[in-house]
Design a protein around this ligand. Structure first.
Ligand code: SAM
Ligand code: SF4
Length: 533
């Protein structure tokens, strides 16, 4: 057990252990049971939210934003994701209108998520407005947060009706935190944890820990140890695949393995029975400990049979399953003047279309879906770039065969209007066009030089024997931009994707480069790939 972290936790909020909180710990199960009993008693359940397998969807997760103040590598790329235009995100009134419709049709629990919900403007007021839906049958308002900013808003949120908190924290080690989230702020998350335990209005605090082989699996016993003093439910989540997050089977640690390790350390471990109806986690506890722990085994042991969740994305799409890419825009229905009846019809059709399990796909590790936050192509410090203790290392490609490889990346360079004039080919001024040619050549040369320098610019990137680099620039005058395309080939043991990235990432100070992505690659073990349009 990392005694350092526990004593820091203990000393940072001594109040968490006063008799009131310990009393709260002792009665936690009773309190939870009371909430669940209410759920079971609900009488106003409408067919709209019942699917063809008889599952009653009384739990709604609403994403309030695509933005986040962390960059967890399993969730989003280092530079963030391409955000939807602000106007596409649901306004407060639209969130409330949908929430109210769902509550009137039988939803009793709402959880706010994201992105990071605490970065949403007016979050406190929004929670206050949701709280008014209690009169219609809403029983709990929860939030899933990374805890960076939460501690500052928690007391106002609780005053406005927040009752449940899921806090995400994958490591007890501040340095590893930085490696996983690419940001600092470990202390702030701990502060949120302790502040929430000290908030009588919060009925349950759950700690979400995504377990990844070679990254934080060695901390599982430490997390379980926290439940001795803290009345928290630690939930170990199996690392899930989303387009671009470099998921692979061997990075996922099956929950059964974790339970075996925990039971070896604490043979007295017992299952909490019955668990929460519709609960995603199979919970366990160690007799005499204040809290509990469990597993969300979406990959190895799905819980689809009892799934009661529906999701609304920040841009207003209803998603009936996290793994089902199919979405219907409730926002568009609202904005085109649709009535509540129209919304209900669309919701009902989506719910009836829900598959028995994991969107009907047997093999979800190939799923191409939005991540929980939107995902882009991620070529950042992936898991293969760390050793067992989390230290950075180059991937060993020694045993791989040399193959001919090609990667193509594109990007957009937004440039000032006067510069665009110079690169527009129909200019009548010959001296200008030679100026243009010269500058295009400069840009092409700069790109080629950048591609050649990739292994020195990108940490842990292998130097590759490049065989050809070409750069094409296509002005798009109407949009004040130049579309650049870089093609780089090599005969090598590993992929050549980073080189075209670097190639199109060089620009002057007045320019904005955006939308950089690999659009095609060929060669290597994983074969050919072309980005779908
Ligand atoms: N930003 C908030 C947070 O981190 O708590 C809320 C949104 S986050 C997407 C919700 C939860 O999804 C977090 O607990 C996070 O750890 C989990 N998550 C994100 N990507 C995941 C993945 N690839 N596999 C498993 N869990 C993941
Ligand atoms: Fe942000 Fe949460 Fe995703 Fe981490 S898991 S990047 S905190 S949205």
């Amino acid at each position: 057990m990392s005694s350092g972290i526990v004593s820091r936790l203990l000393s940072s909020t001594a109040a968490a252990f006063d008799s009131r909180i310990i009393g709260q710990a002792a009665t936690a199960l009773t309190g939870k049971a009371a909430v669940l009993k209410n759920d079971a008693q609900e009488s106003h359940f409408y067919p709209t939210l019942i699917d063809t397998f008889g599952r009653r969807h009384n739990y709604l997760r609403i994403s309030l934003t695509e933005k986040c103040n962390l960059r967890c590598f399993y969730c989003m790329p280092e530079n963030g994701v391409e955000l939807s235009p602000k106007a596409h995100i649901l306004a407060d009134d639209e969130v409330i209108r949908l929430a109210s419709l769902f509550v009137r049709r039988g939803v009793t629990k709402i959880r706010l998520t994201g992105g990071e919900p605490t970065v949403r403007k007016n979050l406190v007021e929004l929670v206050g407005r949701l709280n008014e839906l209690r009169a219609l049958g809403l029983r709990s308002i929860g939030i899933t947060s990374n805890g960076i900013a939460l501690h500052r808003k928690l007391s106002a949120l609780v005053d406005n009706g927040l009752t449940h908190l899921n806090l995400s924290l994958d490591t007890l080690d501040p340095q590893k935190f930085q490696l996983i989230t690419r940001r600092t702020g470990h202390d702030a998350v701990l502060k949120s944890l302790m502040t929430s335990l000290d908030s009588p209005g919060i009925e349950a605090v759950k700690l979400n820990v995504v377990v990844m082989r070679g990254i934080n699996e060695d901390e599982v016993l430490d997390f379980v140890g926290l439940t001795k003093e803290l009345n928290i439910a630690v939930r170990f989540i199996e690392f899930m695949p989303f387009s671009g997050n470099k998921w692979s089977h061997n990075k996922m640690v099956p929950s059964a393995d974790l339970l075996r390790r925990i039971s070896e350390r604490w043979p007295e471990t017992e299952a909490v029975y019955p668990g929460e109806p519709n609960g995603t986690a199979r919970m366990h506890r160690i007799p005499g400990y204040s809290g509990s722990f469990g597993f969300i085994s979406s990959m190895s042991d799905h819980f689809c049979g009892t799934c009661n969740r529906l999701r609304i994305t920040a841009d207003g799409m209803i998603k009936v399953c996290l793994f089902d890419p199919k979405e219907v825009s409730l926002r568009d229905i609202m904005r085109s003047g649709g009535s509540d009846g129209d919304l209900e019809t669309a919701i009902g059709l989506s719910v009836k279309d829900k598959k028995a399990k994991h969107a009907g796909m047997e093999n979800i590790d190939v799923v191409h879906n939005r991540p929980m936050i939107l995902i882009g192509e991620s070529d950042v410090l992936g898991l293969t770039h760390m050793d067992e203790s989390g230290k950075p290392r180059m991937v060993d490609v020694g045993g791989k065969a040399i193959t001919s490889r090609l990667a193509v990346a594109t990007g957009s360079i937004i440039i000032p209007a006067h510069a665009l004039d110079l690169v527009t080919p129909h200019t009548p001024d010959l001296s200008t066009s030679s100026f243009v040619r010269r500058h295009s050549r400069c840009a092409q040369l700069a790109g080629i030089m950048a591609a050649k320098a990739t292994s020195s610019l990108i940490p842990l990137c292998h130097p590759l024997p490049l065989t050809c680099i070409s750069v094409n620039l296509l002005p798009v005058p109407d949009e004040l931009k130049i579309v650049s395309e870089a093609r780089v080939s090599c005969d090598g043991k590993t992929g050549v994707e980073m080189e075209p990235y670097c190639c199109i990432s060089v620009a002057g100070k007045e320019m904005i480069i955006s939308d950089i992505k690999v659009v095609h690659k060929s060669g290597g073990k994983s074969g050919d790939w072309t980005r779908p349009h």
